[in-house]
Design a binder for this molecule. Structure first.
Ligand SMILES: *Cc1c(COP(=O)(O)O)cnc(C)c1O
Length: 243
């Protein structure tokens, strides 16, 4: 922010609170890495941008955040033009209907929420039309909760097999949201599942992303092998308003 006189007092306070939170997060990640002997550079911090105004999103990018995560196709479409980061630094992380793939495919470089063969096929079809590759993760409903989307643990290897047949998709790994009650158990199960996937497809794919951990549990996720933590409120503060 060079033109500081044009920034409202409220925004200045918001920016300094965000800066403080980013420092906190770095500290926590450093502690978690030290605890389990991991390298900080093996973990990517994603800023989850739902309900957050572009000026704050662009601010964290200026502070060094290199990856954004969007939940809703419509919100992404509305805010995209105002972002400093573009397609190659944005993932889609929310539930995706097949008829919305077209809207977002040119605005993201990876879709984390593939939860059916039908969706994978549609992403593949749209990618093929554009003559490009699309990276995807499979979303796992690891706690088998009725309210959450994602495939069951047992469906991971069969769906991975099918996705690997699709010419314009590149399967990069897994994503999950754990249960509130048993995050550690769920993270441990995801870690095991990810290792199985890596072992099974080690020849044919670069399976290198385990997307686990949100604001309330990312240090624990790091201890269980997460390579990508998805942080919303830990960066931007509590979500006050819905866009
Ligand atoms: C909202 C959201 C997050 C971030 O949630 P916080 O608890 O605010 O960090 C991460 N992943 C997904 C899929 C989300 O929808």
């Amino acid at each position: 922010m060079t033109k500081s006189q044009l920034v409202s007092r409220e925004d200045q306070e918001a920016f300094s609170a965000i800066t403080e939170r980013l420092h906190q997060i770095e500290y926590q990640i450093g502690e978690a890495c030290a605890k389990c002997g991991r390298d900080r550079n093996d973990i990517t911090v994603m800023a989850v941008t739902k309900t957050v105004a572009p000026k704050y999103i662009n601010f964290v990018v200026e502070q060094g955040i290199t990856l954004l995560g969007e939940n809703r196709a419509q919100e992404l479409t509305e805010k995209y033009d105002d972002y400093l980061l573009k397609q190659e630094n944005i993932h889609f992380i929310g539930h995706l209907q097949t008829n919305k793939v077209r809207q977002i495919i040119d605005k993201v470089c990876l879709i984390q929420s593939v939860d059916s063969l039908r969706l994978a096929q549609e992403i593949n079809r749209q990618a093929e039309k554009r003559d490009r590759m699309m990276d995807v993760l499979l979303e796992v409903n690891i706690g088998q909760e009725a309210r959450k989307s994602g495939i069951s643990a047992g469906e991971v290897l069969p769906l991975a097999e099918s996705v690997l047949q699709l010419s314009n998709l590149r399967l990069r790994g897994l994503m999950a949201i754990p249960t509130v009650e048993h995050p550690e158990r769920d993270f441990a199960n995801m870690e095991e599942l990810f290792h199985e996937l890596q072992a099974k497809f080690s020849d044919s794919a670069s399976m290198d992303i385990l997307s686990l951990g949100m604001s309330g549990d990312y240090p624990l996720a790091i201890e269980h092998g997460s390579t990508l933590v998805r942080l919303g409120s830990a960066i931007f503060g509590p979500r006050k308003c819905v866009l």
